[in-house]
Design a protein around this ligand. Structure first.
Ligand SMILES: *Cc1c(COP(=O)(O)O)cnc(C)c1O
Length: 365
């Protein structure tokens, strides 16, 4: 008997590994492994979520018109150029299916976000990984990898799990060097956290042509990862394609209501950004003082580099023993590093203390 078989490339996909959330034997773990915002869901979003409970039998408005309107107002964008998805992962996958496929190539960077590889392989693309410099995307290496088969370039900016970013000028040079038929997807999942003046999430590049898309998410600073809401800003032709291939009711009633309320939460963005900038700097200096290398990050996490995989594993185990879960990033080719989400002031203090102790205990060995 022969069993049903998927397309062969499907079995070459390594399933996505998310941040863990439980420690065996501990009843309350501090979870700093998935870059969820430090403050939980915005209170207004929780209220809106409860408020639509009696409407859950209704199908959502398919194009998320109310949410697109709210996004347009908040970010100064035309709602007709915004498409919402079940998380930005959903939109990433749709773009791969629509623009990729057999015989095409997708370019990402060597420590780039792993969903690009999964979505690309699943669509049948050949996935090319380009070298980075100092754990930062290298536009020259990306341009050198372009072939006549290239259809998609994915860049997370800032990148997960490295936290590093390209400037507006570097992005513009990258776009300028790519063939016009190549779709550049700028994944700005952490844009809300960036404070640097020379940063551009992607709107300007989208507006400047027909071939750049910016994706965003409600899963990080807006605190709604559990509801799965993301969006993108795209040129009209790409918007048209996404509406053809997206699922008709891809964002739930609860997701739309909570996301609209999150955007309206007074002071949320400012407070989250200020907290993050302060505690990211504090945690970084604490770890550096303890003798750990910390890569510069523009996001709501830092990449702590222990120099050796065994040491990173030992630090991971040490944190776990104290009830803290961070993210091992061996799957990203960084087995010597741990990615640590910026949590509350208390959580940052606990991680700092634990890793300082770890270094003191292990350093002499
Ligand atoms: C978290 C994250 C996403 C967001 O995923 P959602 O599907 O919107 O939850 C996208 N890209 C990067 C780089 C991320 O880190």
């Amino acid at each position: 008997m022969t069993a049903p078989r998927p397309r062969p490339e499907i079995l070459s996909i390594a399933p996505y590994v998310g941040g863990e959330s439980k420690i065996q034997g501990a009843n309350r773990a501090i979870k700093l492994s998935s870059n969820e915002g430090a403050f939980g869901p915005p209170p207004g979003a929780q209220k809106a979520y409860r408020g639509i409970a009696a409407e859950l039998h209704r199908y959502p408005e398919g194009s998320a018109a109310g949410l697109r309107q709210a996004i347009g107002t908040r970010f100064g964008l035309h709602p007709g150029r915004v498409v919402c998805g079940a998380g930005s992962d959903d939109l990433i996958a749709r773009l791969c299916h629509a623009y990729g496929g057999h015989g095409t190539e997708l370019i990402m960077t060597e420590h780039g976000f792993s969903m690009y590889r999964i979505a690309g392989l699943s669509a049948g693309c050949r996935v090319i990984e380009t070298k980075e410099r100092h754990l930062t995307a290298d536009p020259e290496a990306i341009l050198a990898a372009v072939s006549p088969a290239t259809r998609l370039v994915f860049l997370a900016n800032p990148n997960n799990p490295t936290g590093t970013m390209l400037t507006r000028d570097e992005l513009e040079r990258l776009r300028g060097g790519l063939p016009t038929e190549v779709l550049l997807v700028l994944d700005a999942a952490y844009a809300e956290y960036v404070t640097r003046e020379d940063y551009e999430p992607g709107m300007r590049l989208v507006d400047a042509g027909e071939n750049t898309v910016m994706t965003r998410t409600f899963s990080k600073m807006w605190g709604l990862g559990g509801l799965r809401v993301g969006w993108c800003y795209a040129p009209p032709a790409v918007v048209d394609v996404l509406h053809r291939v997206r699922e008709p009711f891809n964002v739930s009633v609860a997701g739309q209501a909570a996301a609209i309320a999150a955007l309206a939460e007074p002071g949320w963005w400012e407070r989250s950004q200020a907290h993050n900038a302060r505690y990211r700097a504090e945690l970084s200096s604490c770890l550096r003082a303890a003798g750990i290398r910390v890569w510069p990050s523009e996001a709501n996490f830092i990449l702590a580099d222990f120099g050796h995989p065994a040491r990173a594993n030992a630090a991971d185990a040490y944190l776990r023993a104290r009830g803290m879960i961070v993210r091992a990033v061996g799957g990203y080719g960084l087995p010597q590093c741990l990615r640590i989400t910026i949590g509350t002031a208390e959580e940052v203090g606990l991680v700092c203390e634990a890793l300082t102790d770890f270094m003191q205990e292990s350093g002499k060995a």
